[in-house]
Design a protein around this ligand. Structure first.
Ligand SMILES: Cc1cc2nc3c(=O)[nH]c(=O)nc-3n(C[C@H](O)[C@H](O)[C@H](O)COP(=O)(O)OP(=O)(O)OC[C@H]3O[C@@H](n4cnc5c(N)ncnc54)[C@H](O)[C@@H]3O)c2cc1C
Length: 491
């Protein structure tokens, strides 16, 4: 199969690039090893739209973060994705940290971050009662986004505008001659081959391995895990904006912080642990205890039952543990290959700006024509899944309107999040690759509340069995059930 451009990886970076490229008259394929998107780093982060105070002026991270921050809101409006500028306080608790705050403000202003202000404790209290710290740096352009819905929307919009996505295709070999690139993929049906005029390597934690397949001596990635706790929505009105500590100079992250999700949960984390295994998304007792302690000091009314679940994400860092800190994004063209290496934070914020930059690199290589017509929005806007929030977030009138259309909008299937049977059914229909429970969860938030699927999982299973769909967790290798007890035991 030949495509003008093939993108490896359907995370937020690959999907943003795919969407940006659909403005051009090109055939585009996205190759993804998982059954769905986002199953990589793009679903395992804080979901923060960073303002740009933390990055060295002149770096790609500073440039793309500030540009991406200002581009994301209108993309979210076009694609009906939840996104909100909450503002953030970086709070200093010692005189040394206060001088660090002034340095961050200066750096932010050099990067073009708007509205930065140093606040004293009294001023901070007005924005966030109970906040501790001598002084704080307020950045109004910091925001929150649902990184999962955002990535799905970018991918689905790219599909609407003509890009083809191939799930369960793992790239195993990559070569090029004078004319074209050749890609070998391992799939459940055997090896599949693709050819392309250009290949974009947006494979996150695998990007250095993939780059080396092309013969380029790529910089190495050092995986660094960040663990989180998710807190109950009961506490959401206790946090008006995001609260960060002043980051240490050699820390691999921005410090353990309190952030809100667009659905109203509070996240505490992430930790900062270098490890060997890039796929190790586990949570450790030691870090969980540490986060519990931090959370209790920041939110005094916290109760044990408020800790709903934990998760972690692995950063693709370019700096080894003995150096720490951050390396700049590496975005480089090697003949017909464009590699994006080390896209750690603020990759989510930077995605639209990285996409424009990468598309311009493709323009230089292939000189494509721009399409006469390109629709920035979805054509199926009336569907429930095109609304930024689950139905339970809307007024009684809106909910009644849906129930009048289809009574299954009145059947609550996930009690914790108030998700209805119809929302689950439309999530199932919407999935383009194999249907998985993880994919349903990501599309309509079932299994994300206090009971973590205890109530809704059997009901979702019933729906899948009615549709004769095998119940898989994340893909063909993770079946949930071994067979039907009634038919096998009782005949
Ligand atoms: C703990 C943590 C917190 C973060 N917080 C923030 C934040 O608040 N704000 C922010 O802006 N950024 C944040 N980030 C960074 C942000 O999440 C990432 O920069 C971004 O998600 C990277 O997206 P990606 O598409 O490059 O990677 P991914 O989402 O991992 O996508 C890469 C894809 O490539 C696929 N792939 C890999 N190998 C192959 C192969 N051989 N064949 C086919 N497919 C392959 C993978 O399956 C994956 O789906 C955070 C990151 C972490 C880890």
């Amino acid at each position: 199969m030949y495509f003008d451009v093939i993108i490896i990886g359907a995370g937020v970076i690959g999907s943003s690039i795919a969407r940006e490229l659909t403005r051009r008259d090109l055939t585009i394929a996205v190759i993804e090893q998982e059954a769905d998107t986002p199953f990589g780093i793009s679903c395992r982060n804080s979901g923060v739209l960073h303002s740009g105070i933390h990055y060295e002026p002149g770096s790609l991270r500073a440039r793309f973060d500030v540009q991406g921050n200002s581009m994301t809101e209108s993309i979210c409006r076009d694609l009906n994705v939840a996104c909100r500028y909450t503002g953030k306080i970086t709070a200093a608790s010692s005189p040394e940290e206060v001088s660090q705050l002034y340095r961050l403000k200066e750096q932010g202003e050099a990067n073009g971050v708007p509205g930065l202000e140093i606040l004293d404790n009294q001023e901070m209290q007005k924005l966030q009662p109970g906040i501790s710290g001598i002084k704080g740096l307020y950045s109004p352009s910091t925001g929150i986004i649902n990184p999962v819905s955002y990535t799905i929307a970018l991918a689905e919009h790219a599909m609407q505008e003509g890009a083809q996505f191939f799930f369960l295709h793992e790239v195993t070999d990559l070569t090029a001659d004078q004319d074209r690139c050749r890609i070998a993929c391992s799939t459940p049906k055997g090896t599949v081959y693709f050819e392309a005029g250009a290949v974009i390597n947006a494979s996150g934690l695998s990007s250095d391995h993939i780059a080396r397949m092309t013969g380029w001596d790529s910089p190495r990635l050092y995986p660094c895990r960040g663990e989180y706790y998710v807190l109950d929505k009961r506490l959401s009105d206790q946090l008006n904006l995001l609260i960060y500590p002043v980051p240490g100079a050699h820390s691999g992250g921005l410090g353990v912080h309190l952030t809100l999700t667009t659905e109203g949960n509070i996240l505490i984390g992430p930790s900062n642990e270098y490890l060997e295994d890039r796929r190790d998304n586990s949570s450790t007792r030691e870090i969980m205890e540490l986060l519990k302690h931090e959370a209790a000091s920041l939110l005094p009314t916290l109760e044990t039952g408020d800790f709903i679940r934990s998760f972690s994400g692995v950063r693709p860092k370019l700096t080894p543990p003995e150096i720490g800190g951050y390396g700049d994004f590496v975005i480089t063209r090697q003949d017909k290959f464009i590699h994006l290496i080390g896209i750690e934070s603020p990759g989510l914020t930077s995605a639209p700006a990285i996409a424009v930059h990468t598309a311009e690199m493709v323009d230089a290589l292939l000189q494509p024509k721009m399409k006469q017509h390109w629709n920035p929005s979805f054509t199926d806007t009336q569907e429930i899944y095109r609304m930024p929030y689950p139905l339970s977030h809307y007024s009684r009138e809106v909910r009644e309107e849906f129930i009048n259309r289809d009574p299954d909008y009145g059947t609550i299937l996930c009690r914790c999040e108030g998700i209805t049977r119809s929302e689950v059914i439309s999530a199932v229909k919407r999935i383009k690759g194999p249907v998985t429970l993880a994919g349903i969860k990501q599309r309509c938030r079932t299994m994300t509340g206090r009971c973590q699927g205890g109530f809704c999982l059997p009901r979702i299973t019933d729906i899948l069995q009615e549709e004769h769909i095998e119940v898989l967790w994340k893909g063909p290798d993770s079946p949930m059930y071994m067979g039907s007890l009634r038919s096998e035991v009782y005949g």
